[in-house]
Design a binder for this molecule. Sequence first.
Ligand code: NAP
Ligand code: F7E
Length: 350
Amino acid sequence: METKRALITGVTGQDGAYLARFLLDKGYEVYGTFRRLSTPNLWRLQALNIFERIKLIPMELIDSASITGALMISRPHEVYNLAAQSFVGASFEQPVGTGEVTGLAVTRLLECIRHADPGIRFYQASTSELFGSNPTAPQNEDTPFMPASPYAAAKLYGYWVTRTYREAYNLFCTNGILFNHESPLRGLEFVTRKISNALAKVKLGLEQKVVLGNLEASRDWGFAGDYVESMWLMLQQDGPGDYVISTGETHTVREYFEEACAAAELDPSGILDVDPKFMRPLDVDLLLGDSARARQKLGWAPRVGFKELVRMMVQADIQRWKRWQKGEQFPWDAFNYPSEMNIITRAMPV
Ligand code: NAP
Ligand code: F7E
């Protein structure tokens, strides 16, 4: 039988790295797109020890020619569109750019697929952010979307254009509506990793405080390693569809912080500050997913629970900073990013 080929856009991101490893383990030939940045961002593939096994293709989501090139090089059976400007906070700073990359680029990709090979199966990384301000909980595939950020609005566009290409051209186009998923490979700007990284530094005497924004927001947090399996399962079905992927448990940012302190054996009092700088112009209060459809149709279920996830992330960051203190060099992001405090996002009154 012919070896299956998969193309993952955004292979350098958290999900891209875990999905690449998952597909390699399944015997796939894995192609992954990356951006030619002045400093390469390949540490996750190195950390998972799969860098040598991935075929890397340079691609930029606003450049249709590079998307066509990626499809011609990889001739994939399956395309997983994970590339995006994925940080909700940054979407308020770069609303138009986020619309281009996270929204419009989905159409670029679908058009290229339609012309290159309409037999390709397509996965779109949709998100629980689509539910936004809708107070209904838990949220499932039938819950109305009420996006509350430029990121979510761009993802809404991506979601609908994916469905449009499914219906208009009979393409195998699937939306995974994934709730927040985290891991030791999570980007440092997202709140879970920001906390695990900062607490590791506090634990080792490298920092005094953790500085956060909205502590009352509630999220349904799962483990990225579990969630990438659902992406693959969606593309193995007889037909395309839309699936919510979640744990069915929700916790506030404050609860995550307290659980992380327990994991680090730190007293939470006195080490947490709140700075309005980390509050968004508009935030999503409560996300809680109902993944009954995925559980029934895909046979998918999360394996890692909340406490285990927090422990995994905190322990990983403590171990990294300990290795760094001993002078070890290894692929890892945090030592290149000492603090987000000196990033300025708003003009100060004169
Ligand atoms: P991530 O770590 O931020 O990875 C995003 C990837 O997109 C990176 O490889 C990044 O490349 C690439 N990228 C960004 N802008 C690009 C551009 N203009 N052209 C080409 N590539 C570009 O995100 P993630 O957590 O793995 O999430 C994967 C996808 O799932 C994203 O679409 C995200 O919006 C969506 N999603 C995530 C979650 C979650 O909780 N993690 C939940 C629901 C949906 P660089 O490495 O060069 O930056
Ligand atoms: O924020 C609050 C913040 O940035 C979670 C992306 O993967 O999941 C992610 O989006 C909550 C928000 O993730 C800080 O205001 C408090 O209420 O970790 P986050 P997100 O916005 O939920 C969805 C499903 C995606 O699709 C996205 O791509 O935490 N919060 N203090 C903070 N957040 C950050 N980042 N930093 C803080 O200091």
